[in-house]
Structures are given as C-alpha cells and as structure tokens.
Design a protein around this ligand. Sequence first.
Ligand SMILES: [Zn+2]
Length: 306
Amino acid sequence: MTEFSPFATPDQPWVGLTGSPLDRADHLRRDPGAMVALRSRPDARWLVLDQLKPVLTKGEHPDILWAYRSDVPHDATSVFLGLMPDNQGGAPRFAASAPATDLVEDFGGQVVDARAAAAILGDGRAEIIAQARSLIDWHARHQFCAVCGGKTVMNKAGYARSCQACGAEHFPRTDPVVIMLAVKGEHALVGRQPNFPKRFFSALAGFVEPGESLEEAVARELYEEAGIRTARVRYLASQPWPFPSSLMIAAFAEATNLDIILDADELEEARWVTKDEVRAALAGTGDWLAPPPMAIAHTLLKAWVS
Ligand SMILES: [Zn+2]
C-alpha cells in the first residue's frame, strides 16, 4: 500500500484574481496610530472606486491610477489594502470610495467596470481590484447593525464595523460558492444559465448552504440542477469573486449517471462534452464558448484536459 501524501497532486493551477503583491499587514489594522502614520507617508496611495468602479490610467496598457491622499476627499470611505513588497519600500496602499471626476480630468484617468478592469489588468493587480471592490461594497451595504438596527462605524482600518448602539461587531462577508465539473469517464458536464451570452457554457455552480460541507454542496447542486449523482469530490482551487463577495471553490465531481434532468429555473441547457470539445472551446474554435481565463471555471476545464 502506498503511503498517503497530502501533496502528491500536481502543482496548484493558475487562477485569475489571485496573486496580490500586497502584505495585508493585519497587525497594523488594529493600531490606529500606525494607520495615521501610514496614511501620512509620502508614498501612500489610494485606489479610487467611483460607484464601485475603479479608476485606471488610460493608454495601451492601463494600470491602476494610484491617487495621492490630497486627491481623495477627506470624508470618503477609506480602507487599508496592505503594503507593497519591501523592494518597493513597503509603500502603503488604500482604497477609497469617491467621485472620480478630478482624477479623470486632472490625471487622465478612466472609470472602468470592475470586472472589465480585472480582466484587463491581471498580474496581481486584478486581485487588488477584487479586494478593494469587495470591501468598499461591504461598507456601503452594512451601515446599520443586523442585530439592533443601530448605526455602525468602521474600525480595524476597514475590516470590521461596530454598532454604536449595542456594540456588536460585524466583519466583511465572504460567501462560499462551489463550482464543479462533473466528470464521468471521458465526458464532463457543462451548462448554460438563461442569462449567459449566446453559445456560452460553463461549469455548474451554486451557493453553499448553512450546515453543509463543500462536498455536500457539490453533490446537492449537481443533483438539483441536472439530476446528476456524485460519488467522489476532489478540490482543485479557489478564487475570490468580488461581485459582490463570493469565494469560488472549484472541484471535480465524479458523476455516477449520465442522464440529465434539467432544472429549467436554473439552467437553459446542460450537456456532456469530450476533452476534444473542451480544448476547442478553450481555444475559441469550438461550437460553444468557454469561460475566459479570469474565471475559475476556465481553470477547471483547462485542468481537466491537460
Ligand atoms: Zn447593534
């Protein structure tokens, strides 16, 4: 019998929206004095989100337009993102929710939809957009206490809100979503939701419910949406998906039946596809369209055919 090795599987695959260069420096968030000092540093910069849309530079290779403190309204919601690596001086990075008019006019910035920005940027900067968008959105949605309805205020540099009436502490949400590729022999299951672009298919997905393991969520979703029963579940990778606050957990599911019973409320169509069909779809030459590289469903499909 071969001895169990926890790392006997291949290396972790590349996943979009991951790989931030920032050190989140949690120990500094709890230190108001340290935060004041970081905000005052000459190399401190802000990523501005206007209505949750990041401000980028223009040109052939857009980048995050890192704004100076003086360009951010003093009453804007401002959160600490982290410190740049030591070889960049550990420069502090923040995000703020503010109108982008001045940045666009004075510095030639452009306001870009967050999902489009993440797709353009890549290389860890997309993950900074993800972190900022998720956090800023959470503050906008949690102005009032879920326990007593009292007004809440931000603390821990943006990683908590406290209720001024009852003292309850609230923390940023992360909602787990399983996304799974059901596999049976030489076939994998892809489906399309009614709102997907034409010809677009992806792995099936769904929110994890209270009192449920990830494996149970995978099996339940596959059965609910497509009538597929699951034997084994194998974790592949995870991805933050800040639209608004999901954590995508990608897995392979070993299916035990091929007959699809569609839940028409969830899916418009589901079909079993071969590896050759998936390779063609990933290359953009198939008769259906696969998710773009930024999506973890792309990572799943790619891992299955590689
Ligand atoms: Zn309260």
